[in-house]
Design a protein around this ligand. Structure first.
Ligand code: 5GP
Length: 201
């Protein structure tokens, strides 16, 4: 069986990547890597589903034990990708999606250069602020912090392989699957089919 692909998706919070991913995961060949974080759960978030919510002490112990592929500090909290969320599923042929910020993404780039790096852009920073306010899960102060963080993150977008603008959800989702399709057609993954075609030459 072919191994799955590792997909790193970054987008400043409020870009709607959650809605894009909800559509992507309707395709059962994709699985989300549930990250660990020291952030407090938002209303409705479930431990083990949205995140593995850890104390800072527990998180730091796991860093010391080498359990993370990457981790980063973001808006005063730690976030990290656990190896246990990724490798077994790739072996099973699932495409594993890491939904992580840019510093962590660049660490994955060093360790796993064969991963696919996608950045999701909002139509504008003004629209991003509007979406964050509408969500109503953060105070004005936290929103402004996230907006300035977002502007910094958007400057990192050229380091990714692909950029998707989330203006209309349907287009963004179709762009995501277009990326996956193009990746599948890459010559470096087409060794088997080339051999097959040449078999009775
Ligand atoms: P939020 O607090 O809004 O859920 O997430 C804040 C930021 O942390 C988002 O940009 C999200 O993509 C990022 N994030 C979530 N999980 C991870 C992770 O495992 N590693 C890193 N580096 N960033 C993460």
């Amino acid at each position: 069986m072919n191994k799955g692909r590792l997909i790193v998706l970054s987008a400043p919070s409020g870009c709607g990547k959650g809605t894009i991913l909800a559509e992507v995961f309707k395709d059962k060949s994709f699985a989300l890597s549930v990250s660990a974080t020291t952030r407090a759960p938002r209303e409705g978030e479930v431990d083990g589903v949205n995140y593995h919510f850890l104390t800072r002490e527990d998180f730091e112990q796991r860093i010391a034990d080498g359990k993370f592929i990457e981790y980063a500090e973001y808006c005063d909290n730690l976030y990290g990708t656990l190896m246990s969320e990724v490798d077994d599923r790739l072996e099973q042929g699932l495409n594993v999606v890491l939904e992580i910020e840019t510093k962590g993404a660049m660490k994955v780039r060093e360790k796993r250069p064969d991963a696919i790096f996608i950045f999701v852009l909002p139509p504008s920073v003004a629209e991003l602020r509007r979406r964050l306010k509408k969500r109503g899960t953060e105070t004005d102060e936290v929103i402004e912090k996230r907006v300035s963080q977002a502007a910094w993150e958007i400057e990192q977008a050229p380091k990714y392989d692909y950029v998707i603008v989330n203006d209309a959800l349907e287009d963004a989702v179709s762009d995501f699957f277009a990326v996956m399709r193009a990746e599948k057609l890459k010559a470096e993954f087409s060794g088997d089919i080339i051999e097959e075609v040449l078999k009775n030459a």
